[in-house]
Ligand binder design. Structure first.
Ligand code: SDX
Length: 427
């Protein structure tokens, strides 16, 4: 027997079911509200509204818990890698040896990009943002490869998912090479997922690029930490577009667009641009005061989170795993020292502490990407590479749910009431 909630309005009283999740989260099911009362709810930014039930990721914002299919990110960063974590998210279980080998084989098979697609790169301006290239090219995949939609078989969807997870890495590296005017480096069948990406990014025919184990491990950790985050802005966008039964490539391309925003995945690039300004000004306190000044719309990028109100567990993991990479680079890069100073001052400042504004994943990831040699324009692209398995898992979950409906929120209209047309002569 489920709990009930009673909504009373005027002389109306409505009993609503309270649903409970596997981690004892509770939600009032308002599915019958408008039909029974004519009322809707209004919730700016959906701060209090669940869009769905999901088995994929659990977050406890107060306790700083993040688990993919029940396994903590700490465990996955310690024992797993990004490819295995991607399989876990897509299939609700860790792979057997055979399943892991087959999945890796698919990622290798799909790592090349259609040669005609490489021509697209030629027509982007040299300074095109790689997130723009990524979103365009991912959407274009539906013209070059078999499409999957809500009615496709699971096997076809899994093939398409592997193709996206593999090719997004190649597209990203090709976009980078184009931006520096260098020929692309093709994927190698002999390298693992992260090593292949680093090699495509940084090697060239005139330099002996050496893969660094610390950096390969750090990149696996960073991609695992970004792999999913329940109903965040970009994942909700993928689900919304998928709910219209648009194909998987189009749905993912919309998620890439949403992620680009500086309040979301674009924050990691904004963090580094902010640190550069702070460093140049030599006045860190000025920026902290600006962020606290309500008349100024400046905010400290990399701080605060809609869900985490104590600390972002991903930020803690990054610091732990990547200290070596940071330490090696910190001596050479004053921005990293500026960041550590900013973090120290903010964590002691009542304005931020009282609003539970702590460093989030984007604060540290940008520092690490810089220490690993990635150009700042690539930071949000790296976020997209990490989030790809999560987006696909949510698209699969939505499109395989027989009760799923097309997303179509209501509104409260605040415009003109009815008025007549005014002929031009009388305006
Ligand atoms: C990601 O949702 C996800 O899961 C996202 C993500 C994922 O993995 O998908 O975790 C990835 O997007 C992380 C967040 C990256 N964005 C940033 O770092 C941008 C800077 N942060 C903020 O813009 C803000 O904190 C948000 C957008 C992250 C959260 O905004 P909320 O939940 O809407 O909070 P709010 O705007 O209601 O702020 C509450 C108060 C306000 O002050 P008061 O009105 O109470 O006086 O805190 C203040 C805000 O002004 N505030 C900040 C601040 N963030 C919030 N003040 C200064 N600097 C900041 N960064």
């Amino acid at each position: 027997m489920s709990d009930k909630a009673t909504l009373t309005y005027g002389d109306q009283s409505l009993e609503l079911n309270v649903v409970e999740g596997s981690e004892s989260e509770k939600g009032i099911d308002i599915g019958s509200l408008r039909k029974e009362t004519g009322l809707i709810t209004l919730d700016n930014g959906f701060m209090n509204t669940g869009s769905c039930s999901s088995r994929i990721t659990f977050i406890d914002g107060e306790k700083g818990i993040l688990r993919y299919r029940g396994i903590s990110i700490e465990d996955l960063c310690e024992h797993s890698n990004f490819v295995e974590t991607s399989y876990l998210l897509l299939h609700d279980r860790l792979p057997t040896k055979e399943q892991a080998e087959r999945f890796s084989g698919l990622l290798n098979r799909f790592s090349l990009l259609h040669e005609d697609m490489r021509n697209f790169l030629k027509y982007f301006p040299l300074d095109a943002h790689p997130m723009n290239i990524l979103g365009t090219m991912v959407n274009a995949l539906s013209s070059f490869y078999p499409n999957v939609s809500a009615n496709s078989m699971d096997e076809e969807i899994d093939i398409c998912g592997a193709r996206l997870i593999s090719k997004i890495r190649t597209i990203a590296a090709f976009a980078h090479k184009k931006s520096i005017g260098e020929p692309v480096i093709r994927p190698s069948k002999d390298l693992s997922y992260c090593s292949n990406f680093l090699n495509m990014m940084f090697s060239s025919s005139v330099s002996d690029y050496e893969l660094d184990d610390e950096q390969v491990k750090a990149l696996n950790v960073l991609l695992i930490l970004h792999a999913d985050h329940e109903q965040n802005c970009s994942t909700s966008t993928v689900r919304m577009v998928g709910s219209s039964q648009a194909n998987l490539y189009a749905s993912i391309s919309s998620g890439i667009a949403a992620l680009w925003g500086p309040l979301h995945g674009g924050a990691n690039q904004a963090v580094m641009e902010m640190l550069a300004k702070i460093h140049e000004s030599g006045d860190i306190h000025k920026y902290i005061e600006m962020a606290k000044d309500k008349s100024n719309n400046f905010r400290l990028s990399g701080f605060g989170h809609r869900v985490y109100k104590n600390f972002d567990p991903r930020a803690m993991v990054i610091k732990k795993y990547c200290q070596n990479v940071l330490n090696t680079a910190a001596g050479k890069d004053p921005l990293l020292e500026t960041a550590m100073k900013l973090e120290e001052l903010v964590l002691k400042d009542e304005y931020f502490v009282s609003r539970k504004l702590y460093p989030n994943v984007d604060f540290y990831s940008g520092l690490l990407y810089k220490a690993m040699g990635f150009p700042v324009e690539m930071y949000t692209v790296l976020f997209a590479i990490g989030r790809m398995p999560g987006w696909i898992a949510h698209w699969k979950e939505l499109t395989s749910d027989p009760t799923a409906k097309i997303g179509r929120p209501r509104q409260i209209y605040t415009g003109y009431t009815e008025r007549s047309y005014t002929p031009m002569a009388e305006r």
